[in-house]
Write a protein that binds this ligand. Structure first.
Ligand code: HEM
Ligand code: SF4
Length: 560
């Protein structure tokens, strides 16, 4: 078989797409179906959208011989997760007009809208454009949204890092004008062979993610990215970045060749220019050496393991023309969001509000959507989303603090944020049902009620002050980063989960499988045993993840 024949079908779709144009315009114009054709389903990802359908309504639609209820999910490109209050107002209105109305803060600091019908896609993108927002390259085999540590108000260096996240995002955008032509009616180019030295005509073998952490907080879960950058600060100066490569969490049930992996630190680069050059060349190496025959083995992590770290270091140095320096020392001591009011370095204030699993809506917890809209209309706070799916309102003057506080209180968001249990505050779930086509079990629709059942158990064993990280995903792909949690749940079938234990608090150790295919009763029983043992046998200040690894997973090392 020739190399060409062995390529995965998506490879041909990419190379034949004429710079990501595909036949999207014809697919959109076809009003006989709410879907688009198979090749365009792949192409539209590069424009920031997934074709989905309402899985809750599949049976009902099939019984009526109707096609599935198709809709699109659209994801914004927001390096570092920043929005102005005017942009938040725009997103609020766009969500109400064109989508389900729920604004979803994702686990990589951006926003998604769900449930857009085909006819609503173009008006949505045009409305985003009017607010200086776009969805370019937020899905697909390309560099996606660049995440950056969420507490930039803490020092001037944080703003510098956010600026760099934006620079990286810009530098790694595709060169094609397809997005502007298709969605924003820019004049079509006659010659569609735009030169793209980075992505060429084939793009990357698989998705690509970059995150930047500023120690000591690893809120972005830096090691779960294809490239993780760790800001190195010496004498209050940002001097450069340690570079880690090969993180990625997805695995496939029953496929032993797939595995989650944390990124490995390979060296240090000084300053932004050199770091950007190294990042760029890591992408070109992955472009040239990544697996294009089996998409399950196509992420950078597999190319890193196949070629080995010494080879990678040498190849990066050969392509950049400079040597990577030895990694500089760094230390992470936390991964959490700092909820409530915090003073910023510049005399301003910021407030981090809890948005359970990132679903901005008005519900029994709080009128979060109304609240954030009202705050946006005051123009007195900037918006930033965290990698833990919460929202930070920042840049608030002391004199405006009472006003913002009153709005937060009136809509119940302050009470929800400040009175929720530690377990709830540090929990995270992916979307899963009803939109994700890959979901095997519920996640964001189920974890809140499971947390409510775990809370009394935590209190019973006196562990309510512990900031244990609990995460759930509806399948092993890991969008909710559950393998990087202290307690992780991975959906295996409807109502059933693998329980994973033993991850650390700071995101430097993955958890491991503890029990397979467990239902809710099994989860509650297993976790009660864990909490009881933790309360009785923990070492001083031992986190639940560390304890679980020592006591439940490696009982041979247990100190009785
Ligand atoms: C083979 C691996 C993966 C596939 C096929 C995949 C596919 C998907 C799909 C279809 C969705 C849309 C769900 C919806 O909105 O209805 C989604 C959401 C998302 N995925 Fe993944 N994913 C994979 C792995 C990951 C990993 C490892 C991460 C991050 C560590 C990630 C981050 C996200 C984020 C941030 C969202 C947005 C929704 C949220 O915050 O839960 N994905 N993914
Ligand atoms: S982890 Fe699985 S179920 Fe959850 S959003 Fe990702 S692909 Fe869907």
């Amino acid at each position: 078989m020739s190399e060409q024949q062995k390529l995965s079908p998506v490879e041909k779709i990419k190379t034949d797409s004429q710079g990501l144009r595909g036949t999207l315009e014809q697919s959109l114009a076809n009003d006989l179906t709410g879907a688009i054709n198979d090749a365009d389903i792949q192409v539209i990802k590069f424009h920031g959208m997934y074709l989905q359908d309402d899985r809750d309504r599949r049976d009902e639609r099939a019984a009526k011989k109707l096609e599935r209820l198709y809709s699109f999910m659209i994801r914004l490109r927001l390096p570092g997760g920043n929005l102005t209050p005017a942009q938040w107002q725009a997103v609020h209105h766009i969500a109400g007009e064109h989508s389900t109305g729920v604004i979803k803060i994702t686990t990589r600091q951006t926003l998604q809208l769900h449930g857009l019908l085909k006819a609503a896609v173009k008006p949505t993108i045009q409305a985003f454009d009017a607010a200086a927002l776009d969805s370019i390259a937020t899905c697909g085999d390309i560099n996606r949204n660049v995440a950056a540590s969420s507490h930039p108000a803490a020092s001037p260096l944080h703003a510098q890092v956010h600026g760099f996240a934006d620079t990286i995002s810009q530098a790694l955008m595709p060169k094609t004008r397809a997005y502007y032509e298709i969605w924003l009616d820019e004049e079509q180019l006659i010659d569609k062979k735009e030169d793209d030295p980075l992505y060429q005509h084939r793009y990357l073998p698989r998705k690509f993610k970059i995150g930047i952490a500023i120690p000591p907080n690893n809120d972005v879960d830096v090691f779960t990215n294809d490239i993780g950058l760790i800001a190195i600060i010496e004498n209050n100066q940002l001097i450069g970045y340690n570079i880690a490569i090969g993180g990625g969490l997805s695995q496939t049930h029953g496929n032993a060749d797939t595995y989650p992996r944390l990124a490995s630190v390979i060296g240090f680069t000084e300053g932004e220019e050199k770091t950007l050059k190294a990042i760029y060349e890591i992408l070109t190496i992955q472009r040239d050496y990544g697996n294009r025959t089996d998409r399950k083995l196509a992420r950078l992590k597999y190319t890193v393991d196949k070629m080995g770290l010494p080879w990678w270091k040498e190849e990066i140095e050969r392509r950049t023309g400079f040597a990577l320096e030895p990694a500089r020392p760094y230390h992470f001591s936390s991964r959490k969001d700092l909820f409530g009011w915090q003073a910023s370095h510049d005399g301003l204030w910021h407030y981090t509000a809890l948005v359970e699993h990132g679903r901005v809506t008005d519900d029994e917890n709080a009128a979060t959507k109304t609240c954030l809209y009202e705050i946006a209309t005051t123009g007195k706070a900037q918006f930033r989303f965290t990698s833990n799916q919460n929202v930070m309102l920042y840049g608030i003057h002391e004199s405006d603090k009472p006003l913002i506080d009153e709005v937060l209180h009136r809509h119940g968001l302050k009470q929800f944020t400040e009175q929720s249990s530690e377990l709830r505050k540090h929990s995270m779930a992916c979307v899963a049902f009803n939109t994700c086509p890959l979901a095997l079990a519920e996640a964001q629709r189920y974890l809140p009620s499971l947390i409510s059942k775990l809370e009394p158990l935590v209190v019973k064993y006196g562990l309510e002050k512990d900031e244990t990280i609990v995460r759930m995903t509806g399948c092993p792909n890991g969008c909710g980063r559950s393998v990087a949690a202290e307690i992780g749940f991975i959906g295996t079938a409807y109502g059933r989960y693998n329980i994973q234990l033993g991850g650390d608090r700071n995101g430097q150790r993955l958890n491991v499988l503890y029990k397979k295919d467990v239902d809710e009763a099994g989860i509650l029983q297993t976790l009660e045993e864990l909490f009881a043992a933790h309360a009785q046998h923990r070492l001083p200040a031992e986190t639940l993840g560390d304890f679980a690894l020592r006591y439940m997973i490696h009982p041979a090392t247990t100190i009785v």
